[in-house]
Each structure stands twice: as structure tokens, then as C-alpha cells.
Design a protein around this ligand. Structure first.
Ligand code: GLN
Length: 491
């Protein structure tokens, strides 16, 4: 039998339906792979017993011909999703051993469709970061290394565990979340496919909140088709999240292989940064050429407010975070540090429970929301946000179907290499992705090539609201042209 961990989700679905192997065999193969890859630190909690019992249940259903869209498929779950009876920490000390009594809507839909949970995946603390270095469980290793080097690289963040686990073939797909790039940037760093759907497409209920007006869940997968399969199960209206949108979920997989002939692809001139590495430029033109060869028309477009997106994001996101994180006070959840009175209990708990980056965000957020500064910072950033959204609307109004950009300004870097003295150095990773969250649009990152050190690079496609299908069609064209990339196993 071929190694079951190397199949795509679509291939595994066929093997299960044809009874070539069982979900238990598929699940066990992944559990073994997880055990052999602990050095990557991708999983913060393995749930083998639960996985096997879910796999057995899936096998029984498959035997009876009762096959859900993800029947028997083993997945990893970012530790930001509440999982009933399974510790959920957002990789923060402050949640301690919090065990939810409820299941997030997104994960409950995956289980409804027959998927199997392998465990919880590492992420940046409260999803704040671009390198998975702020997790209280320590950093995650990228399965990719520079040619001829033993340096462990970051997998990107905040969904670093999800990206690393999918790339290292530890799970067939993973849930992730994206507030400013946390699905697309780690996907680009690991040669996996990641899609952040339109804001409102997936329910946020039961996902630990970072910045509620920007947060969206989405999958990280081994192929564009796999991502389409996963998103179909994850998406949908949920009355428990008032920002979730009541629009029917299309069969995203049907978009794969659909002709892109005549589609208008925008190339935004503002994304051509000074000092951008030549190989990113090259990747971008190559991607444009592939789409053109498939019959798409390329047009230059302008998104003039792009340069304000990152500074505005780093006001809006911390502002919302400071408000969302006020609930972690040592009274209701997880960690409690004693004090002589209630104020001291709050202060001691929060000082001890939050890591340095989270404390920085809470302080920035509190500052920009404070009485004297609200108008100067927060309100102003919201206005900039409206302008960014309008840039995209103007572009789509001119008949543009999707926008092509690089996913990241560089390939993966070494653990500890960036942001040590200047946090902005780390924040710059999100330069191409935050605009999409600010505008609430869907964005997909697809592996498109390698840099000269052999590290994967990705391209991003940005779509109209609720038009994820076009992104899947175009993404697959890039995937077909670029081929699939897998790291050489060293762990
Ligand atoms: N890297 C960005 C940040 O630190 C985005 C994180 C995310 O999308 N969750 O805020």
C-alpha cells in the first residue's frame, strides 16, 4: 500500500469509498506520523483515542453507505477553536487548562460531515504573530529548510501549527484563522494552500476572539481542491454569530477545472514595493503569465490606499483585541494569580498569563481607544479602512474578477531572526495580506515556486465578496502550472 499520509484529501476520499483502506488505517498512519514529528511542535495536544473512536464510527457509516463529504478524513484543529471536552488554550498561559463544554460551529460542521480529529495545533498566542513564536508552547518548526542548511525556519503565523502539520503530512488538512494574514502567510511559507473566505462566510462562534471585525476561519490544505472540500463543510450561516451571512454555501469543488477564459485579473501597481526581492517579482510575473496562458486578461489596477493598510490594521486589531481580551481576568477562565484584593488579582493574573506580544497589543489597543486619543487613532484608522475597501470596490466595479499579488514579501526565515528589537519588522510580513481583512474580502494563497535557497513562495488571489469559487478556479490554474511541492523529510 502506498504511504497513506501522502494522499491528498480527494484521493483519500476515493480510497475510503472504494474500501482500499479504512479510516482507522488512514488515521493510524497520521497518528504515527505525528508521533515521529514531535520535534516540529506542530501539535500542542494529541487526541489519539478520540481520533480512533471517530475513525471507527466513520468506518461503520461508510460500510452502511452513509458517506458524509469528509467521512473518515483525519484533520488537525488550530487551538483557537473550542473543542468540547478537549483542552483549548489559544496557546496562552492565561487559559491554562480550560476545557470547553461546547464545540465551535466550524468544527462541529466538520464532525457532522464525518471528519476525524487528530488533535489541537499550535498557533501564536491569541493568533497574534507571523512566525508562531509567541505561543506559550514554544515555536513550531517549518518542515522546509534552506538547501544545504540545518537551520530550523518558522512556518509563519499565526496558524503555524496548521501549516507545518499539513506540509509535513501529519494531517490531511487543518482549520486555521486569519485576522491579518494568518492563513495565507503560513500557507505561503510551507507550500500549502490556504484560503481566508469572505468575512461572514464561516461562523466565528466558539473561536477564541482576537479582532472580531477581521477574524475569519478557513482551511489550510494540501491542494486547491482539498481546500475547496474543507471550506464547503466549514462555511455556512449560523444564528449564533450575528456577523455570519445567510447565503447558501456553493459546491466549491465544482469550481475546480472551470475555464478562466476571459476573466479580468488585476495587477495592483502599489504592491510593487521598493526593495522587493527579484525572485518575488519573478514569481508574480510568472503567475500572471500562467493565468494569461489559460485565457485570462491581465490589467494594471490601482489600490491607492494600500500603504496605509498596515498602520491602520495595527490600530484596529489591537483596539479590538484589548476589548476582547478584557474577559481574561482570573475569575472566569484558566489561570488565577492571587492578590490582596480583586484589582491586584486581575493585575497579577494578566501580567503572569499574557505573553509579551499580547501585552503590547493590549497596551496599544487601550491607548488608541482612550478618551483623548480615540478620534486621532481609532476613528481615523476606521476611516482609512473605508478607503481601502473602496479601492477594491472601484476595481471590481471596472469588471476585474480577481487581483493577483505575491502572498508574502519573502520566504520563511529562521526562528528568532525577525522582530527581536523592532516589532514592525515582523508586522511587515503582512503587507500583502492585511488589506484583504480590512476590506472583508476572500483571499487564497497558492504555492507557486521556490526561491534560490529552495524555499517555497506563494501567490495570492483576492476576490469579490462571496466569490470564493473564482479564487478556486484561478488557484487551480496556478497549482497546475507550478506543480506540487513537498519538503524532504529531516525530522
Ligand atoms: N500577523 C498578524 C498579527 O500579528 C495577523 C495575525 C492573524 O491573522 N491572526 O496581527
Amino acid at each position: 500500500m502506498t504511504d497513506l499520509t501522502s494522499l491528498t484529501l480527494a484521493e483519500a476520499r476515493k480510497g475510503l469509498a472504494d474500501k482500499t483502506f479504512t479510516s482507522l488505517e488512514l488515521t493510524d498512519a497520521h497518528l504515527d506520523a505525528i508521533e515521529a514529528a514531535r520535534v516540529l511542535n506542530a501539535f500542542v495536544m494529541e487526541t489519539p483515542d478520540q481520533a480512533r473512536s471517530m475513525a471507527r464510527a466513520a468506518d461503520e457509516k461508510i460500510a452502511k453507505g452513509d458517506v458524509g463529504p469528509l467521512a473518515g478524513i483525519p484533520l488537525g484543529i488550530k487551538d483557537l477553536f473550542a473543542t468540547k471536552g478537549v483542552r483549548t488554550t489559544a496557546c496562552s498561559k492565561i487559559l491554562g487548562n480550560f476545557v470547553p463544554t461546547y464545540e465551535s460551529t466550524v468544527t462541529s460542521q466538520l464532525w457532522r460531515d464525518g471528519a476525524v480529529m487528530l488533535g489541537k495545533l499550535n498557533n501564536d498566542e491569541f493568533a497574534m504573530g507571523s512566525a508562531n513564536e509567541t505561543s506559550c508552547f514554544g515555536p513550531v518548526g517549518n518542515p522546509w529548510r534552506r538547501e544545504g542548511s540545518n537551520t530550523t525556519l518558522v512556518p509563519g503565523g499565526s496558524s503555524g501549527g496548521s501549516a507545518s502539520a499539513v506540509a509535513a503530512l501529519l494531517c490531511m488538512g487543518a482549520t486555521a484563522t486569519d485576522t491579518g494574514g494568518s492563513i495565507r502567510q503560513p500557507a505561503a511559507f510551507t507550500a500549502t494552500v490556504g484560503i481566508k473566505p469572505t468575512y461572514g462566510r464561516c461562523s466565528r462562534w466558539g473561536i477564541v476572539a482576537f479582532a472580531s471585525s477581521l477574524d475569519q476561519a478557513g482551511p489550510i490544505a494540501r491542494s486547491v481542491r482539498d481546500a475547496a472540500m474543507l471550506l464547503r463543510s466549514m462555511a455556512g450561516h449560523d444564528p449564533k454569530d450575528t456577523t455570519s451571512v445567510d447565503i447558501a454555501v456553493p459546491d466549491y469543488e465544482a469550481a475546480i477545472g472551470k475555464s478562466v477564459k476571459g476573466m479580468k485579473i488585476g495587477i495592483p501597481k502599489e504592491y510593487r514595493l521598493d526593495g522587493m526581492p527579484a525572485e518575488i517579482e519573478k514569481l508574480w510575473s510568472e503567475g500572471a503569465a500562467w493565468l494569461k496562458a489559460a485565457g485570462a486578461e491581465l490589467v494594471e489596477v490601482s489600490l491607492p490606499h494600500t500603504k496605509y493598510a498596515l498602520p491602520a490594521y495595527y490600530i484596529v486589531a489591537p483596539a479590538e483585541a484589548s476589548s476582547n481580551l478584557a474577559r481574561y481576568d482570573g475569575v472566569r477562565y484558566g489561570l488565577r494569580e492571587q492578590g490582596r484584593n480583586i484589582i491586584e488579582l486581575y493585575e497579577n493574573t494578566r501580567a503572569e498569563g499574557f505573553g509579551a506580544e499580547v501585552r503590547r497589543r493590549v497596551m496599544i489597543g487601550t491607548y488608541v481607544l482612550s478618551a483623548g486619543y480615540y478620534d486621532a487613532y481609532y476613528l481615523r484608522a476606521q476611516k482609512v479602512r473605508t478607503l481601502i475597501k473602496k479601492d477594491f470596490e472601484d476595481c471590481f466595479a471596472k469588471g476585474v474578477d480577481a487581483i493577483l499579488t505575491p502572498a508574502t514579501p519573502s520566504a520563511a526565515f529562521g526562528i528568532g531572526e525577525k522582530g527581536g528589537t523592532d516589532p514592525v519588522e515582523m508586522y511587515l510580513n503582512d503587507i500583502f495580506t492585511v488589506t484583504v481583512n480590512m476590506a472583508g474580502l476572500p483571499g487564497i494563497a497558492v504555492p507557486a515556486g521556490k526561491d534560490r535557497q529552495g524555499l517555497p513562495l506563494g501567490l495570492q488571489l483576492i476576490g469579490r465578496p462571496f466569490d470564493e469559487e473564482t479564487l478556486f478556479s484561478l488557484g487551480e490554474v496556478i497549482e497546475q502550472a507550478a506543480g506540487r511541492f513537498t519538503p524532504t523529510r529531516w525530522w
